[in-house]
Design a protein around this ligand. Structure first.
Ligand code: SF4
Ligand code: SF4
Length: 571
């Protein structure tokens, strides 16, 4: 049932059961909040979203209050503004005044609130949080002093990722957010997904930065910096700068990285193609031997979750390395940039929208005799900083000649950047393997609700193969439980991505709490996909040649596979 409410004397049509905050936002009325997150049950904890309702004595929190017929609301009365200002002043009472040195300087919700409320001085003083900073994780850095206890990270970690690596400790003014037993995140159940960073309004949670170590390599003649560009990263940069396929974002990025000082630049799409080829073979072999389902292995946060919580599933996870590690391995040991005597001279840097890749690059399975396949991992956020520090203006470069492309790749790399894309690429490649070069591309119809679980059955030859994809660990776990409960055997390949929407919603993307961003990135990725040269890795002669050469040496193919292990962590 719909009815009318009056907001600042303007009539607004609403639906029964809605709460006020989304209604106000939908109608372009900005309401401050630090605890509310779209898609989560509102808690009203921060109280910043208060509004005045005619006839009510107290201000009400708009995130929790349901609309009522004929209600009259004031969103910006003096009373409301004063209340919100006092709340922000209290949030600032124990906050360190180090904005200049903060990772989130200029992109901090607390800073914006203080500015919007016209706060010019500290009115309240309270005990500073003296919990130690946590540098222990390879992906996430925590600075408890900057935490405003909004609860967003705790909820994402528990409700979306099912991990509960961080939680509220103590009560009252002693409350803090911490990992289990105040031990570092590195020994907690954290899966390094970085989703807590994406929702934190302040600099309390940020990524472990690799910028400085990359900068020092670029600055020295002792090492040759090698860039590994993931398609999902190219997509994010294209989306950020509103670049179209016609602007050739890959070529543009090649120019940018060369300007920064990278000696060799590789498109990680080649490694994605190799991953698809080998994982397709793993699926076909599992089908032959009745050992399905096979789970995808390209998301390092999902792998860590399985190692910690679902170790019985490990043998069904494809053992093919992720595109990042395949590309690092090839760039260091099997490419023209390899220098026979001195592999140590090569310094590989992957560019990805993920912070779990930082953890992945540090896994001992991805290191040989102390040499890492991937030496540093730069997220999209870090890349934006590097652009600024190198004084590079992407839009200006558009007018320069950027026609030197990278190796041609199939769409698979771009497809792997969003949930469902990899399953589609595998289905298409199975088809290609059975019907040969003339196989029609397999396209899954777009899901009604992107980011949610989906199943597709594809008739390939005589056989019906079931593909499924899930993103977000809670959704994945619920899906596994369902398959088990129902004893289903009709799903043969399951793509699992830890971040909702896949890498499009990765923990290394520019900070934005809107799910719509993921959809935009998916669209941009699909546009770039259309401009790849082949519709399947199987149709790329160059790739098949590379694969042929690699297959000629069993040892190399083994190098592109990995092992997983049960992990004991503090839970
Ligand atoms: S990185 Fe992921 S798993 Fe770790 S604390 Fe953050 S949300 Fe939880
Ligand atoms: S760490 Fe950030 S997201 Fe978590 S409670 Fe503190 S301010 Fe909120």
């Amino acid at each position: 049932m719909s009815f009318t409410i009056y907001v600042n004397n303007t009539p607004i049509e609403v639906q029964e059961g809605e709460t006020l905050l989304p209604v106000l936002r939908r109608n372009g009325i900005k309401i401050p909040t630090v605890c509310y997150m779209h898609g989560f049950t509102p808690s009203g904890a921060c109280r910043l979203c208060v509004v005045e309702v005619e006839g009510k004595r107290d201000l009400i929190t708009s995130c929790t209050y349901p609309v009522e017929p004929e209600m009259e609301i004031k969103t910006n009365s003096m009373r409301v503004i004063k209340a919100r200002k006092a709340l922000v002043e209290m949030l600032l009472a124990n906050h360190p005044d180090d904005c200049l040195y903060c990772e989130r300087n200029g992109n901090c919700e607390l800073q914006w609130l203080a500015e919007e409320m016209n706060i010019k001085e500290r009115l309240f003083f309270s005990r500073k949080n003296s919990d130690k900073r946590d540098h222990s994780s390879p992906s996430v850095y925590r600075d408890p002093a900057k935490c405003i206890l909004c609860n967003r990270c705790v909820r994402v970690c528990e409700e979306v990722q099912l991990v509960t690596a961080i939680e509220f400790i103590s009560r009252g003014n002693k409350t803090t957010v911490n990992s289990a037993f105040d031990k570092g995140l590195n020994v907690s159940s954290c899966i390094n997904c970085g989703q807590c960073i994406m929702v934190c309004p302040t600099g309390a949670l940020v990524d472990i930065s690799h910028i400085e170590k990359v900068q020092s390599v670029l600055d020295s003649s002792k090492k040759d910096a090698v860039a590994l560009l993931s398609p999902a990263f190219i997509t994010s940069v294209a989306e950020f700068f509103n670049l179209k396929a016609i602007d050739k974002p890959t070529n543009l990025l090649k120019t940018v990285l060369a300007k920064m000082g990278f000696k060799h630049i590789y498109h990680m799409g080649q490694a994605a193609d190799l991953n698809i080829e080998m994982e397709t073979e793993a699926l076909l072999s599992a089908l032959e031997n009745n050992q399905t389902p096979i789970f995808s292995s390209c998301c390092p946060a999902w792998i860590k979750y399985a190692e910690e919580f679902q170790s019985q599933m490990l043998e069904n996870i494809s053992h093919v390395k992720s595109p990042q590690q395949i590309m690092g391995r090839i760039a260091k040991y099997h490419s023209e940039s390899k220098q026979e005597q001195d592999i140590e001279k090569l310094y590989t840097v992957s560019f990805v929208p993920c912070v779990a890749n930082k953890f992945e690059s540090s896994r001992e399975e991805n290191t040989q005799k102390g040499i890492s396949e991937v030496d540093a991992v730069i997220s999209v956020r870090e890349f934006m900083k590097m652009l600024r520090s190198h004084g590079i203006n992407i839009n200006r470069l558009l007018y320069e000649k950027n026609d030197k492309g990278l190796e041609y790749v199939s769409p698979a790399g771009y497809q792997m950047g969003y949930s469902g894309g990899k399953a589609e690429a595998i289905a298409h490649h199975v088809n290609h393997k059975i019907f040969g070069k003339n196989a029609e591309p397999i396209k899954f119809s777009p899901p009604k609700n992107p980011g949610s679980k989906r199943e597709v059955k594809v008739k390939i030859g005589e056989r019906e193969i079931g593909f499924a994809w899930v993103s977000g660990i809670r959704e994945a776990q619920e899906y596994f439980d369902l398959l088990k409960q129902e004893g289903r055997k009709d799903i043969h390949y399951i793509e699992v991505m830890a971040c909702q929407g896949g890498c499009a919603g990765g923990g290394g993307q520019p900070i934005a709490t809107y799910i719509d961003k993921n959809k935009q990135r998916k669209k941009t990725g699909q546009e770039l996909e259309k401009n790849t040269t082949y519709d399947s890795p199987g149709k790329s002669e160059k790739l098949q040649k590379l694969l042929g050469a690699l297959k000629g040496d069993k040892g190399i193919i083994e190098e592109l596979h990995t092992q997983f292990r049960k992990r004991d962590v503090l839970k």
